[in-house]
Design a protein around this ligand. Structure first.
Ligand code: MV4
Length: 447
């Protein structure tokens, strides 16, 4: 059993992991950059080690510093949270080489899912529906032309090393293909040091619905239903919920079953998420697999009454899965409260929080590393808090969320609270009539 965990992350997720460890009787080691010295994850961990200056490259992304911190403190495991080291297969191998348990999937599973074209082929072979397109990488314009003429326009050129909306390009007609192919390939080389592209037919009017899976090291994998994540802006999710207002029991079963098959095909263990595009006819297509715990994991937890981080640590230490697959028991919604000004195009608004009053009451959960007097640094993401409202029905969860947003008082910085209050009153949101283009005319070429 794991006795001491180093948390290779910051912010709310670091605190979330520390809380789970404490409840499990596991010691915790926080790492932090100089600007994060006053953050709650540092204050609440049993030990804390400074690993460098503010830029992530020199701290949270610096492998030797993280491994040294784990060795010095005798940590037997590292939890990567999300972002930073979470999907770095080399980091997993380095942990293994040092006898440190990486709390997450194998390096091999991360590598397979990290290459989006390999991931797609792997999923297709496992019986997961995929968007029609090229079989693997398209090596040049000639080959691209053949594929596109066959599947028909519009098409999406996607970087195999991309993901999360990075490295995609829409091509509306054959005359644009040659230029788009070379630009996309050059950009992919510049951004990801890998020029390889694959091609898909454009799926229109789509929703983003994802399936949570979890596996153990004994080959067991289950799914924990879906999350609806269609309220996004520039590929940043703002609202997530579980279950989706549009997924039937039958569709949930079907999406869940193929997701389990897909995860099993890469011997997946730990929590993971399989993302799907779902079109207006409720056809679903594999997009990508996230081989980490995600920001929005709390809505799955609250809809089922479980603790995913606890289960993640248990399976990492070799225990058999003890969760049982089951239908959602509650409806849970998460609003991401970011230090951004929704009235000015969501521009970042870091700075000192002068007033911080957190809402409470039945069915309300606030995951946050912030407090009154804390300064949101400008070096990292802008997440200040995740507000999660849970109730028996979606209608009640929305009403509860509105009430909690109204109680949430943050002064000193601008936040996305006013945006969320509008959304909770929006008739399209209330009716569940939302797709991924709801918030922005999709800027397909933004990298
Ligand atoms: C697509 C698509 C339409 N057709 N692929 C964006 C994130 C990345 N994981 C894949 N993405 C998309 N891939 C095909 N063939 C539309 C998107 C997309 C999107 C997907 C989910 C949520 C929001 C989105 C916003 C814009 C584009």
């Amino acid at each position: 059993m794991i006795k001491k965990v180093l948390i290779a992350n910051r912010g709310e997720i670091a605190l979330r992991i520390i809380r789970a460890c404490k409840e499990m009787g596991i010691s915790t080691v926080a790492v932090y950059s100089t600007v994060d010295k006053e953050s709650l994850h540092v204050k609440f961990a049993d030990e804390a080690i400074c690993i460098g200056p503010a830029p992530s490259r020199e701290s949270y992304l610096r492998i030797p510093s993280i491994i040294s911190a784990a060795m010095i403190t005798n940590a037997d495991a590292i939890h990567p949270g999300y972002g930073f080291m979470a999907e770095n297969d080399k980091f997993v191998e380095i942990c293994n080489d040092h006898g440190i348990t990486f709390i997450g999937p194998s390096a091999d599973a991360i590598r397979k899912m990290g290459n989006k074209s390999v991931a797609k082929e792997t999923m297709r072979n496992a019986g997961v529906p995929v968007v029609p397109g090229s079989l693997g990488v398209v090596k040049d314009y000639e080959e691209a032309k053949t594929v596109c003429d066959e599947i028909g326009y519009p098409v999406m050129l996607k970087a195999v090393a991309g993901g999360g909306g990075k490295g995609m390009r829409l091509v509306e007609s054959p005359k644009d293909l040659a230029a788009a192919f070379s630009v996309a390939s050059n950009e992919a080389e510049a951004f990801f040091s890998n020029p390889d592209l694959y091609i898909e037919k454009l799926v229109i009017g789509s929703r983003h619905i994802e399936i949570q899976v979890i596996g153990d090291k004994h080959g067991n994998v289950i799914h924990l239903n879906e999350r609806e994540c269609s309220i996004q802006r520039r590929h940043q999710k703002l609202i997530e919920e579980a279950p989706s207002p549009v997924v039937s029991k039958a569709l949930r079963k079907q999406m869940g079953e193929v997701s389990v098959m897909g995860a099993k095909s890469v011997n997946y263990y730990g929590p993971g998420t399989i993302e799907y595009l779902v079109d207006a006819e409720m056809n679903f297509y594999f997009m990508e697999m996230n081989t980490r715990i995600q920001v929005e994991h709390p809505v799955t937890e609250e809809s089922l009454g479980i603790d995913l981080i606890t289960e993640q640590i248990l399976v990492a230490s070799g225990e058999k899965l003890r969760l049982k697959q089951s239908e959602p028991k509650f409806h849970s919604i998460e609003c991401r409260i970011n230090a951004e000004d929704p009235e000015h195009n969501f521009r970042p608004s870091p700075g000192r929080i002068d007033v911080f009053h957190v809402p409470g009451g039945r069915g309300i959960r606030t995951d946050s590393h912030a407090y009154q007097g804390y300064t949101i640094p400008s070096n990292y993401d802008s997440l200040v808090a995740k507000l999660i409202a849970t109730a028996p029905t979606r209608k009640e969860a929305i009403a509860k969320m509105y009430r909690a947003l109204d109680e949430f008082i943050i002064e000193g910085i601008k936040t996305t609270i006013p945006f969320h209050k509008k959304m909770m009153m929006n008739k399209d949101f209330i009716s569940g009539n939302i797709d991924t283009k709801y918030l922005d005319k999709v800027d397909w070429n933004s990298l």
